[in-house]
Design a protein around this ligand. Sequence first.
Ligand code: GLU
Length: 279
Amino acid sequence: MANNKCMPVLVVKVGTSTLTDRSGRVDRSFLIDLTSQLAARQQAGWSVILVTSGAIRAGREALDSRTHALPETASGKPALDTNSLPFKQAAAAIGQGRLMHTYTEAFSWRNVDCAQVLLTREDIEDARRLENARNTLRMLLSLGVIPIINENDTVAVDEIKFGDNDNLAAMVARLIEADLLLILSDVEGLFPNGGPRAEDATPIPLVTKVDSVIQAMAGGETSMGGTGGMRTKIEAARLATEAGIKTVIARGRRPQVVEDVALGSVVGTTFLPQTHSEN
Ligand code: GLU
């Protein structure tokens, strides 16, 4: 359990593919619904942190007309590689502010303030920076503000390459000694054999320990279309549960998913926290 708190601390992670609509744009109505669910949790007395991707997506949207207008090179290749890391980093720098604007406005409709926190793995691995990050997050929570965290894509590309913020969310949950990490996904949870085979398939409801059998079920890196896939989500669940934090992977677009998970309903796949003697 966390620091000086009596109310639970919830970390919710949402990735790019979950917050993107069918036309490939940031789905504002989904973000508005998510913010109202998080605001409701906060108004129920919980401390809430959101870890969100989507900066690159929002930046790509902003750059669309410019990148489409670019001429091709003599060899017929596009003049700009929009899949290169520098382009993605530039898109993130453009999109992060836009993403925050959407969240800030949506939270303000619920009378909730939010704050941008950009982190890197190095920030959390360095003892002094970790302490600074923890102090800032604790202060924001004690002020009743919802921290909105993303990787600082200008100086770090770990999550762009491998993780879609799954790792970052687990590290933040550990840093703040959260009670619950909720990873919102495109699928209902963890399925045997890498994914649902039938429409009515149900995910594994409970995982007592993330071991090699569970890791093997998660499949490859991009099994769900984002950069993360199930593999990095399972790795995040392992990191969090080893620190004693219950973790749930559930479908982000399931109505009232945050409330249902927070209140302990059987939703998605729950990963039980490991006790310290098991670590
Ligand atoms: N920090 C990245 C973003 O906000 C996350 C990585 C990804 O979405 O692939 O876009």
